[in-house]
Design a protein. Structure first.
Lengths: 457, 287
C-alpha cells in the first residue's frame, strides 16, 4: 500500500492498543485496525468512557520528527478532534479517545496524533465499484442525509462529503467519517480547510475568493455534495458529464453560468429526480432553500418509494418529524435518537411504507407489492398529479388509512368507482389497514369527516 | 469564476484586464465586430453568446485580427489574419514559443504566462494572457520529498488516497514550484519559516537583493508583478479600493504570506531553492 502518510508496523502498541493491519489511508492520515490489549494508559486521554475490544486507529502525522512539520496537518487534526469530541450522534463516527505517540525510538511516529475511532467495515466507495448501483442505495442515502442533518443542526459544515468519507458498519448502518475538513459555523459561514474534492465541490467554491482566514463555506456546499453523492449512489455515475474530474469541473462551471442545463441520468428513479436537482441548484442562493432538514424529509419519503409532493391545504404534514427536529435544536444532539425513526438498511415492504397523514393502497395483500399513496384528495386516480397505473386494470388488494389529526376532522377516506367522486364504494376509517375482499375498481377518493363502512370493504 | 486573464499592452491599471470564464471568447483587433460589445468589458456582466472585444488601435492591425477562447486551464488562439503569423511566447520559458499560422483556428496555448506578439506594419504589438488555473498532479505524502530537489512541478498535498479509495481530496491552491512567482513567495515567507513567526516581511527591495544571484534580471517591477500575480493566482479577495498603493501592497503581502503558511504552500525545505544564494543562515537538510 503506497501513499500511506504514516506507516505503522503490525504489532505496534500505543496506549493499550495493538495495531493489526492497515485499513486504508484518508487524505491526511493512515487508518489501522487495532485490538485492545492493555489497560487504560493512554498518553492523551480524550473521549474516555467504555472502550471497545476493537477500534480503528487513525494516525495523523503531527509529530515534530515526521518528515515535515506541516502546520496544516495540525490544523486538520485539530478540526477532526474538535468536532468528534463535541458531537456524538448516531450517524457520526464515534471517537473513543485521542492519544499522542511517545516513542523516541521511532522518530517518524513520535508525536503523531492517534484518534481511536469506531471500527467500520468499509467505505461506501467500495460498494460503488460494482456493475450495478447498490440495491440498498436509498436506505443508505437516508442515513447519510441524517448524518448531514445532525452535523448542520449542530452548527458544522462537513466540507468533504463523498463516498470515501462515508463508512459502512458491520450492522449495515452508516456513519459519516473523516472530519478533518469540517468547520464550525460562525454565523452563516464557516472557514474551509482549504482542501476539497473537485467532483463534490459546488461551482461557487471552485476558484472562490480567499480572505485572510481562507475560503468561506456554507452548509449549502454539503447539500451540493449530497446531490452528487445521491446521483452517484443511485446511478453509478456523476451527474455532470465528462470522463475526468477536470472535464466534470468544467461542466459544473458551464452549468453554473447558465450555459448548460443539468442532465440527470435517465437511470435516476423519478422519485429522486427532484431532490437531486434541488441539491444541485446552480447557486448558493437557490440551493439555500433546500437545507438538510428539508432534504432529509424528502429523502426519507423517496426511500420509502413515495413521490415527495406538496402539502395539501388544510391538512398538516407529518407533525411528528417537525416536532422532533425542533426538540433537537433546543436540546442538542443528545435527544436526537428519541425522534429518530428506526431505519435499517432494508427498504420497507409492508404497511410501514405508508407515512403518517397518507392513505395508501397496495397491489398485494398485507401491504405488500406496489404502493400508491395520497396525502390529498384525488378526483382522478389515473390522471393528474398522482397516476396510479397499476390499479387501472386490477384494483388494490390492501389499504392503510394512516390519516393523522386534522383541524376539520377529515380523517376517514371515502372511495369511489368512477372519477370525480361518483359511484360510492364505501370508506376506510382512520387507522384502518386490511386486505380488500374484492378487487374494487377504485378511481377516486376524498378525505371525509364521517365514515360508514360498506359490506364490500 | 474566471480562468483566463488578458492583460492589454500598457498593462497598467488592473481595471483594464479582461477576465474570461471557461467558454467565454474575446475578439481582438482594430474594430469590434458588429456583434461585439464595447471594449474593456471587464466590469460588465457576462452576456452569453456575443464575444467581448479588445481594441488594438493600430493601423497595422486587422479590424478582426483574432479571437481568444477560454477554457478552465488553457486558452485557444484563432488567427483571422490572411498573411500574418502570430507568435505566442512563454516569457519564463527561455525562448519557448509557438507560432500560430494565418487562418489557424482555436490553437491551444499551454503556457501559464503568454505574450501574444502581432506583427503590425513595421511594429510588433503585444499583449499578455495569464492562465492561472493550471492543475498539477498531487503527490502522495512520501513523495512530498520532491519539493526541495525536483525540477518538476509538485504540490505537496500529501493526498494519500490516490489509490482505489475514490477521488482524492486536494488542496485548492496548486502552485508551480519552478515559476518565478514561487521564488518570490519563498523569499516573502523566508524569515517566518526560519523560526521568526513575527518577523516583519521583507521589502520589495530586499526581495530583489535576495533573488538577484538566482535571477539576474530581477528588479522592483518584476517582484511587484509577481506579488500581484500571486494575489490573482491564489484568488485573494481584493482589498478596499484605494489610490494609495503603499499600504495596500503591504496588506497583499501579509495576506499572501499568512495564506502560504496556513496551508503550507511553502515549506522550510523549499528555502533550499533560495540557497544557491548566500543564505542568511546555513540550512541543514531535515531529511
Amino acid at each position: 500500500m503506497n501513499g500511506f502518510p504514516l506507516t505503522v508496523p503490525a504489532g505496534y502498541e500505543v496506549g493499550g492498543w495493538t495495531v493489526e493491519r492497515p485499513l486504508g489511508a484518508g487524505a491526511f492520515g493512515s487508518v489501522y485496525a487495532a485490538r485492545r490489549t492493555g489497560g487504560h494508559c493512554g498518553g492523551g486521554g480524550g473521549g474516555g468512557g467504555d472502550l471497545p475490544a476493537r477500534a480503528a486507529l487513525k494516525f495523523l502525522p503531527t509529530g515534530t520528527h515526521t518528515p515535515r512539520q506541516l502546520r496544516h496537518l495540525r490544523d486538520l487534526a485539530d478540526r477532526e478532534v474538535d468536532l468528534l469530541r463535541r458531537l456524538r450522534s448516531p450517524r457520526l463516527i464515534r471517537l473513543y479517545e485521542t492519544l499522542t505517540v511517545d516513542d523516541p525510538a521511532h522518530p517518524e511516529l513520535d508525536g503523531a496524533t492517534v484518534l481511536v475511532l469506531e471500527e467500520a467495515e468499509r467505505p461506501l466507495q467500495s460498494l460503488l465499484s460494482g456493475a450495478a448501483p447498490p440495491s440498498a442505495g436509498p436506505a443508505l442515502l437516508v442515513q447519510i442525509c441524517e448524518g448531514l442533518h445532525q452535523l448542520h443542526t449542530a452548527g458544522w459544515v462537513h466540507g468533504d462529503l463523498k463516498p470515501g468519507n462515508v463508512l459502512l458498519m458491520k450492522d449495515g448502518t452508516v456513519r459519516l467519517g473523516d472530519f478533518s475538513t469540517a468547520s464550525e459555523l460562525e454565523g452563516t459561514h464557516a472557514y474551509a480547510a482549504g482542501f476539497a474534492t473537485p467532483d463534490y465541490t459546488p461551482p461557487e467554491l471552485l476558484w472562490s475568493e480567499v480572505g485572510d482566514r481562507g475560503t468561506r463555506i456554507r452548509p449549502s456546499a454539503d447539500v451540493w455534495a449530497f446531490g452528487v453523492l445521491a446521483h452517484t449512489v443511485l446511478t453509478g455515475a456523476s451527474p455532470l458529464p465528462g470522463g475526468t474530474p477536470t472535464a466534470r469541473r468544467d461542466a459544473a462551471l458551464r452549468y453554473a453560468r447558465g450555459e448548460e442545463e443539468l442532465r440527470l441520468s435517465p437511470g435516476l428513479p423519478d422519485v429522486w429526480r427532484g431532490i437531486v436537482a434541488d441539491c444541485l441548484s446552480r447557486t448558493h442562493e437557490e440551493r439555500a432553500a433546500h437545507d438538510a432538514t428539508t432534504v432529509l424529509r424528502r429523502v426519507r419519503e423517496a426511500a420509502a418509494g413515495r413521490m415527495p409532493r406538496r402539502r395539501r391545504p388544510g391538512r398538516r404534514l407529518v407533525p411528528l418529524l417537525a416536532a422532533s427536529l425542533a426538540g433537537l435544536t433546543a436540546a442538542g444532539l443528545g435527544l436526537y435518537a428519541l425522534g429518530d425513526r428506526q431505519d435499517g438498511t432494508d427498504v420497507a415492504t409492508g404497511y410501514e411504507r405508508c407515512a403518517p397523514g397518507y392513505v395508501c393502497f397496495f397491489s398485494e395483500t398485507g401491504g405488500q407489492g406496489r404502493m400508491c399513496d395520497w396525502e390529498n384528495d384525488d378526483r382522478e386516480w389515473f390522471d393528474g398529479d398522482t397516476v396510479c397505473d397499476w390499479a387501472r386494470d386490477e384494483g388494490p388488494r390492501s389499504v392503510f388509512n394512516n390519516g393523522t389529526a386534522d383541524p376539520r376532522g377529515l380523517v376517514h377516506v371515502a372511495l369511489f368507482a368512477a372519477k370525480d367522486l361518483k359511484d360510492d364504494l364505501g370508506c376506510v376509517r382512520q387507522g384502518g389497514r386490511r386486505d380488500l375482499a374484492l378487487r374494487l375498481p377504485i378511481a377516486s377518493h376524498t378525505w371525509s369527516k364521517t365514515c360508514e363502512e360498506s359490506v364490500a370493504l | 469564476m474566471y480562468s483566463i486573464i488578458v492583460v492589454p499592452a500598457p498593462a497598467a491599471a488592473s481595471g483594464s484586464q479582461v477576465r474570461l470564464a471557461p467558454g467565454e471568447r474575446l475578439h481582438f483587433g482594430r474594430a469590434a465586430p458588429r456583434t461585439a460589445t464595447a471594449r474593456h468589458t471587464a466590469a460588465t456582466p457576462h452576456t452569453a453568446g456575443a464575444p467581448r472585444h479588445l481594441a488594438i488601435p493600430h493601423p497595422g492591425v486587422s479590424r478582426t485580427a483574432g479571437e481568444i477562447g477560454a477554457t478552465a486551464s488553457y486558452w485557444t488562439l484563432s488567427n483571422f489574419s490572411a498573411t500574418s503569423t502570430y507568435v505566442v511566447e512563454n516569457p519564463e520559458g527561455a525562448g519557448e514559443h509557438i507560432k500560430i499560422a494565418p487562418g489557424r483556428l482555436d490553437a491551444p496555448v499551454p503556457f501559464e504566462f503568454s505574450r501574444v506578439v502581432l506583427p503590425a506594419g513595421g511594429d510588433l504589438l503585444d499583449f499578455s494572457v495569464w492562465a492561472p488555473r493550471h492543475d498539477y498532479l498531487e503527490r502522495a505524502h512520501p513523495a512530498c520529498a520532491c519539493a526541495s530537489t525536483s525540477t518538476s512541478a509538485c504540490v505537496c498535498v500529501c493526498a494519500g488516497d490516490g489509490g482505489g479509495d475514490g477521488e482524492p481530496t486536494t488542496l485548492a491552491f496548486p502552485l508551480d514550484r519552478t515559476k518565478r512567482y514561487f521564488l518570490v513567495l519563498a523569499a516573502l515567507c523566508e524569515s517566518r519559516l526560519r523560526g521568526a513567526p513575527h518577523a516583519p516581511l521583507p521589502t520589495v527591495d530586499r526581495i530583489v537583493e535576495r533573488l538577484r544571484p538566482l535571477w539576474p534580471a530581477v528588479n522592483r517591477a518584476s517582484v511587484q508583478w509577481n506579488i500581484d500575480y500571486l494575489a490573482v493566482k491564489l484568488r485573494l479577495k481584493p482589498g478596499p479600493d484605494t489610490a494609495d498603493a503603499g499600504p495596500r501592497l503591504n496588506g497583499k503581502k501579509e495576506t499572501l504570506v499568512s495564506l502560504a503558511l496556513r496551508f503550507d504552500l511553502v515549506h522550510e525545505d523549499d528555502l533550499v531553492t533560495l540557497t544557491a544564494l548566500p543564505a542568511p543562515a546555513p540550512l541543514t537538510e531535515a531529511r
